[in-house]
Write a protein that binds this ligand. Structure first.
Ligand code: LMR
Length: 394
């Protein structure tokens, strides 16, 4: 029966990992997949996570099942991290999921279950797996314009114009911070405009929050979505712990559903647990247990926040360093946008041919749409990268 299967298109981000590994050049540069790297090019286990895991090893006395929706302590801690301690807990249903992708998947399914006609609107461009997952789930999707290639900023007028077409009960997917792939983010005023539109048109925002703490800070990165949550009756949030806790392969994430009232939240919680059951039954526990310890133990939490802040500052310094190197190389400020973007990514605006030449001639790997992972930059390689970008005609 399996001969009838058709080959699947490779995911363009994941395919780069193998391509980079196969390149024998010692001075190659990996600016591809969104994984944090330190100055030595390593993706370390964060100190507080390591300490929490050591404690788990000593104290965990059972690996029996917890709850279908996940561990309540984890879900409470994630709700507070994302929405703040003052969020109306009785109106929020939550589910533990394998990574941010698992949370997105679960929330897409919940939305489709609640309204089979709901259309999900995604930004153009967006993380490619958004569209792929929606196609896989058979959920109708539309895109809204987001990025202005000329300014490398948000084209908010176009975004608003397109989202005027979003109907009641449609789902509008927004990136909570650190937009992937562009690095161009919404301002507080723009979040307010979108909130007004959601109130007037009745669409339900869904926030993909994969990089809290990587942009301007843990609280700053969720200010927009918190302001929105304070005013809207309904909202969906998929929060990933992969990047800000560095637990990529452990697969830790949470889906949060803000509902009109406590009765609707109980219904949503019931459905989320049932969706876990039919997908894989209980969510994986280990990484979530470590994250829970980090978030609830004051000493571990302080250390985690300090390390996360150092990572964030390193990425900001690399942004500034690359923008400065490009200023020296070009004698103009056309790359200054790199310093004003936030998070792990910036879209440089190179053509696919230029991206290919950077790979072939300079050993510089980035996603085909010219998204770079800023954390992959090397302090001592910024001048060389600036020269390479200019050499291919950027
Ligand atoms: C990325 O965008 O590079 C990350 O979110 C990793 C992934 O799964 O694509």
């Amino acid at each position: 029966m399996f001969e009838s299967l058709t080959p699947q298109p490779p995911d363009k981000i994941i395919a780069l990992i193998d391509e980079f590994r196969a390149d024998p050049r010692p001075d190659k540069l990996d600016l591809g997949v969104g994984v944090y790297r330190d100055a030595e090019g390593r993706t370390p286990v964060m100190r507080a996570v390591k300490a929490a895991e050591a404690r788990l090893l000593q104290t965990q006395d059972s690996k029996s099942y917890k709850a279908l929706a996940g561990d309540g302590a984890f879900l409470d801690a994630m709700r507070d991290l994302v929405l703040g301690a003052e969020a109306p807990a009785d109106r929020i249903a939550a589910v533990q999921a394998p990574g941010g992708t698992g949370a997105l998947h679960r929330l897409f399914e919940l939305a489709a279950k609640a309204d089979s006609g709901a259309v999900v609107w995604i930004s153009d461009p967006s993380w490619p797996n958004h569209a792929a997952m929606l196609r896989h789930l058979g959920i109708p999707q539309r895109s809204y314009r987001y990025f202005d290639p000329a300014t490398r900023g948000v084209d908010f007028a176009a975004m608003v114009e397109d989202l005027k077409g979003a109907g009641p009960r449609d789902v509008v997917l927004l990136h909570g911070c650190c937009h992937n792939p562009t690095g161009a983010n919404l301002t507080a005023e723009q979040w307010d405009v979108l909130t007004e539109m959601a109130l007037a048109q009745g669409f339900v925002p869904m926030i993909d929050l994969a990089y809290q703490g990587f942009g301007d800070g843990l609280a700053e990165d969720v200010a927009g979505l918190r302001a929105m949550a304070a005013r809207l009756p309904e909202m969906l949030i998929a929060a990933s712990c992969s990047k800000n806790f560095g637990v990529y392969r452990d697969r830790v994430g949470a889906g949060l559903v803000l509902c009109r009232d406590a009765a609707a939240a109980a219904l949503a919680a019931d459905n989320l647990a049932a969706l876990n059951r039919v997908n894989y039954s209980f969510p994986p526990d280990h990484g979530a247990a470590a994250v829970t310890l980090v978030l609830t133990d004051p000493a571990l939490r302080a250390d985690w926040e300090a390390e996360l802040d150092a990572m964030r500052r390193r990425m900001l310094a690399l942004r500034q360093g690359l923008a400065d190197a490009l200023r020296r190389e070009t004698n103009d400020g056309r790359f200054d946008f790199i310093a004003s973007h936030r998070g792990m990514f910036s879209r440089l605006g190179a053509s696919p041919e230029q991206v290919e030449r950077l790979k072939r001639e300079h050993g510089v790997y980035m996603v085909g749409d010219s998204r770079i992972n800023v954390a992959g930059l090397r302090e001592d390689g910024l001048e060389a990268l600036a020269r390479a970008l200019v050499a291919v005609g950027l």
